[in-house]
Design a protein around this ligand. Structure first.
Ligand SMILES: [Zn+2]
Length: 325
């Protein structure tokens, strides 16, 4: 795939394209960003680009690009943690390999996934090559916690921080890529991905998540229907969920939708557009009560962030919600 198909990170792609065009790319690049931000995907695209045989790299279709994408290009290697660390033995092999010129490409590319988890001896060994790199070498370090890297390594690398991608961009990408999502669903996944397409795709692949979203859509009605005294039972079932915090995030999106829907039932950009019947049913709840409900759920969400008695927090939340809706 060409760089233009990559979602977001235009600032990094522009920088890489300039480097490719001028032939003046740093020998050490550090992609920093959380899991799911696309560091690995972009690293592989760059690995394709530096050895691509077409005039506009990476073409994705030439022999070299195909070999890289299939992870069988002899000049492209991914080094990942063995257990908890990238170890000295891996760095030793890497140094030996890096001392030999490429087999068939222009560049030898080493992608170090989880670079911050290199042991100190491994990092020092890598530093020796970074200090005096052969001209054909390109190291791409991937790190979600770059501050854990040795300062000497950091100073030898061009640091390229990944930034969150706008929600609408991710939602459109999901709709196009998956082909089976409704716009509201895609927006929900995008909203909870914190701006990272990989996270959105992960949520899409998680069957439990779709069920959780459905549960959140039914939750307010369920709370309203719950008789006095049953609140704590409902709280128990919520506490047993795999991720009660995520459930509350979904509930907050639903409340946000309900507030929007009340003002204008035509409101586009709803997260729960596919649950219009339930939104319509709850729309008579006064706005003030809904705002209070948002505050109540937000407070519970904050308390869930630290180890607490989840059942108690959720139970209190339910009692408070029942008072307002
Ligand atoms: Zn190519």
């Amino acid at each position: 795939m060409p760089f233009s198909d990559f979602i977001g990170q235009e600032h990094i792609i522009g920088f890489l394209q300039k480097g490719l065009a001028s032939g003046k790319m740093s020998h050490g690049l550090l992609f920093s960003g959380p899991r799911g931000s696309g560091k690995g995907t972009l690293a592989l695209l760059l690995a394709q680009a530096v050895n691509c045989l077409a005039p506009e790299p990476p073409c994705g279709t030439c022999l070299s690009c195909r070999k890289t994408a299939g992870m069988n290009h002899p000049d492209v290697r991914i080094i990942a943690r063995e257990g908890a660390h990238i170890k000295m033995e891996q760095a030793r092999v890497l140094r030996l390999e890096a001392s030999r010129p490429p087999y068939e490409g222009w560049k030898k590319v080493y992608i170090l996934d989880g670079a911050e988890d290199m042991t100190a001896p491994a990092a020092n060994s890598l530093l020796k090559i970074l200090e005096d790199p052969p001209p054909y070498i390109l190291f791409i370090l991937l790190a979600s916690r770059p501050r854990l890297l040795l300062p000497t390594i950091l100073s030898r690398c061009q640091v390229l921080p990944f930034r969150p991608v706008p929600e609408e961009t991710i939602a459109s990408y999901l709709l196009e890529r998956t082909g089976d999502l409704l716009p509201g669903e895609a927006r929900t996944y995008a909203s909870l991905s914190q701006g990272y397409p990989g996270k959105a795709l992960q949520l899409y692949g998680d069957r439990d998540f779709a069920a959780l979203r459905e549960k959140a859509a039914a939750f307010l009605q369920e709370t309203a229907d719950t008789g006095a005294g049953e609140g704590f039972y409902l709280a128990e079932t919520l506490a047993e969920l795999k991720d009660p915090g995520l459930f509350l995030d979904l509930t907050l999106l639903y409340l946000r939708d309900l507030l929007l829907y009340k003002r204008s039932p035509e409101a586009g950009r709803l997260y729960y557009a596919d649950f219009e019947t339930s939104l319509k049913k709850l729309a008579p709840i006064p706005e003030r009560a809904l705002l209070q409900a948002v505050k109540t759920v937000l407070a519970a969400r904050k308390e869930m962030a630290v180890p607490v008695n989840q059942k108690l927090v959720l139970g209190v939340m339910l009692l408070e919600l029942k008072e307002v809706i």
